[in-house]
Design a protein around this ligand. Structure first.
Ligand SMILES: Cc1cc2nc3c(=O)[nH]c(=O)nc-3n(C[C@H](O)[C@H](O)[C@H](O)COP(=O)(O)O)c2cc1C
Length: 455
């Protein structure tokens, strides 16, 4: 079969455009109303999307007075969506810096059981500086330390998921045997940051391991993704940098001994779709008029680890010297690079830059007809800039409906996208193998009876 596109819907506020929450076609429901998310998940499933995704930050944004900075905790949301849908994959962000591997392994294994094999974890190390203040740490953990800890954290989580063989549970009433002791093992991990005995206190989940997603694009982030990720989210403002990222990550995955075809690369795409190009541009102008430069400056500052941009005039062309060196940024280093590349290439004014970032925070933004959107997707897909896309509608649900009603059929007609689901789990939608569940008994260090504990 022809190589197929993979599509993820990134659900964010009332849309990815900074002003979407004020737009008349965005949802009237509250952002804490679960029906809003259930409705979007059902729409994504009706459009045959592989998955939906929720990002997360662990601190309230400083611009909450002028921007909706509240959402529900994503893993909790997945549980509610798992019972409202049947096929679509469910991805939530969780942090390796501000959680414990045992809790997190349980939570995602539970979602995988509840959803019958549709769970995925977007592994983040949390770039937002203010998150540290909510977790009793003395300032932000450095970029390098966050990734080092993330590496150990992820290894522990995988071991916990593997601590039960698939055939460990017998559940035999007649004989009284519930589980086979020799098919469950402690992990006895003792490392620099974590000590975890294990095993997990729940049977192996339907996908063996939930799918792993990663979204760091710095050099360290890329190596991390090459080792662990089944799917990679990434932000690019041009096809050229997306191609460079694609080639590099596939090469790194091969160097890690992995099959590069099983590391899916999904750049963000935020299309404003109109029936004509003029209409798409009118919709963009209309929503841009609702933006607030104060919100934009604050967000830019957050991207550069809190750097103060308040003195920069709005209408003079920017130069790289207006920004701190990205290699000194302890926040999202790769996004700082994306922004600086744009400044080098186009020398926008601050007003223009903020307008561009208002669209989708540094992801690829376009305004066009359904054909133009499908053409771009096909072009990036064929030219190895993408294995699929992280679709980031500027306004929800209206622009997602336009995408599913107008763009999806074009992709299907071109033989690029499924016309029905063939699988039931996220692994099957993404074309990923199931991890083997066997383990070598000689590696057992403890028997379960040594760990006997009542509940
Ligand atoms: C589509 C996408 C979604 C992301 N979602 C989150 C998120 O929910 N929470 C977070 O802290 N970082 C998120 N990130 C940021 C990355 O996970 C990563 O932390 C950031 O890019 C810094 O790592 P880097 O310096 O290696 O790029 C996201 C990035 C992308 C491209």
């Amino acid at each position: 079969m022809k190589r197929q596109l993979h599509l993820n819907l990134f659900i964010h506020g009332r849309g990815h455009h900074e002003a979407s929450w004020r737009h008349p076609t965005s949802s009237p429901l509250s952002l804490t109303d679960i029906r809003y998310y259930q409705d979007l998940a059902k729409r994504a499933e009706a459009a045959l999307f592989d998955s939906i995704f929720f990002a997360d930050q662990l601190a309230l944004g400083g611009d909450v007075t002028q921007a909706p900075r509240t959402w529900l905790e994503p893993i909790t949301v997945l549980a509610a969506l798992a019972v409202a849908t049947n096929r679509v994959g469910l991805i939530a962000t969780a942090s390796t810096t501000y959680s414990e591997p045992f809790n997190l392994a349980r939570q995602f294994a539970s979602i995988d059981h509840i959803s019958n094999g549709r769970a995925a974890w977007n592994i983040v190390t949390s770039w937002l500086a203010t998150a540290a203040e909510n977790f009793g740490t003395d300032g932000q953990v450095s970029h390098a330390d966050r990734y080092a800890r993330g590496e150990e954290f992820t290894a522990v989580v995988k071991e916990l998921w593997d601590s039960w063989a698939a055939d460990a549970v017998v559940d035999e009433r007649a004989s009284g045997l519930y589980a086979r002791e020799e098919r469950i093992r402690p992990i006895n991990h003792r490392g620099d940051s974590y000590s975890v005995m294990g095993p997990l206190n729940m049977p192996r989940c339907p996908q063996g391991r939930p799918v792993l997603v990663q979204a760091g694009s710095s050099d360290t982030g890329r190596r991390f993704a090459a080792r662990h990720a089944d799917a990679v989210f990434t932000a690019h403002m041009a096809k050229g940098t997306a191609q460079e990222f694609y080639a590099d990550l596939k090469k790194l995955a091969a160097e890690e001994g992995r099959n590069p075809a099983q590391v899916l690369i999904l750049p963000g795409l935020s299309p404003m779709i109109g029936s004509t190009e003029a209409e798409a541009q009118r919709l963009t102008r209309e929503i841009n008029e609702l933006t607030d430069p104060i919100v934009g400056r604050r967000r830019l500052s957050g991207r550069f680890g809190g750097h103060d941009f308040s003195q920069l005039p709005l209408d003079r062309p920017l130069v790289p010297a207006d920004f701190p060196d990205p290699s000194t940024v302890e926040a999202a280093r790769s996004r700082a690079e994306v922004i600086l590349n744009l400044v080098r290439r186009d020398q926008p004014t601050l007003r223009q830059l903020l307008g561009y970032l208002a669209g989708a925070r540094g992801h690829y933004v376009m305004a066009g007809t359904p054909e133009q959107v499908a053409d771009l997707m096909e072009d990036w897909f064929n030219d190895r800039a993408a294995d699929g896309f992280n679709i980031m509608p500027p306004v929800l649900p209206s622009q997602f409906d336009t995408f599913s009603n107008e763009v999806v059929p074009l992709l299907q007609r071109r033989g690029l996208f499924r016309t029905e689901y063939s699988g039931t789990t996220l692994r099957e939608h993404y074309g990923l193998p199931y991890p083997p569940s066997v383990f070598d008994d000689s590696t057992r260090k403890f028997g379960l009876r040594d760990l006997a504990a009542g509940v």
